[in-house]
Design a protein around this ligand. Sequence first.
Ligand SMILES: [Zn+2]
Length: 238
Amino acid sequence: MPICRLCKKENQLQKSHIIPEFLWKGLYDESNTFFGITGTGPFGHRKLQKGLREPLFCRACEQHFNDAFEKPFNKQWIKNTQMPKVWANDTLIWMQFDYATFKLFHLSILFRAHVSSLPDFTVVDLGAHAERIRNMLTEENPGEVHEYPIFGYAILHPETKSPVQIVSSAQLSRIAGTHCYAMMYGGVEWYICVASHRYKEFEKLALRSDGTIPLGPIPMDKVGSIRRTAKIYASKRT
Ligand SMILES: [Zn+2]
């Protein structure tokens, strides 16, 4: 009998997805232009194929992911969206979420990507952090605000300034010597930084303990450039 990657018990496994179904709805046609004919977008993002599944978790754990993380995120991010239809200027927009369920949802995607054997997620290797994040997910414990900080940039169509729905593979980058994983879903390029040390610059951009997060816009042809910018910014400060 196979072993569930979340509860670590022997059980029949479900065919699990990495990115939940509800984030595939209403994908914008422009994503085809973004990824070009090679299937690769700016700064190495690859378009994710819809419907990829693999046996990873038992039925009870799939239900746990769904009830504890996916339903609350769907409600907060899609049903009660705070994303403007048109991002009129380049200002930051402060959004408000439930800290615990919002953070745990993103960590659940990262954890799924870590245990996945699909080529789109091979860069995700959480090392010793995998066990810590697994415990956070089973206990529904979002941890401290400086643990695995999350920030993001809304991906905008360069002309219409509307958020673009794109789902991408995972990218690894080192920002100021810290491993950060970037993935696009829900109209945003999300970053989760995985480190044992604390890096205060991330905390200015990241989800706060009161559930607020500043989201800035980025034109879709510049997606990923923030990684370079952040590196330059960090090197100037030292
Ligand atoms: Zn399980």
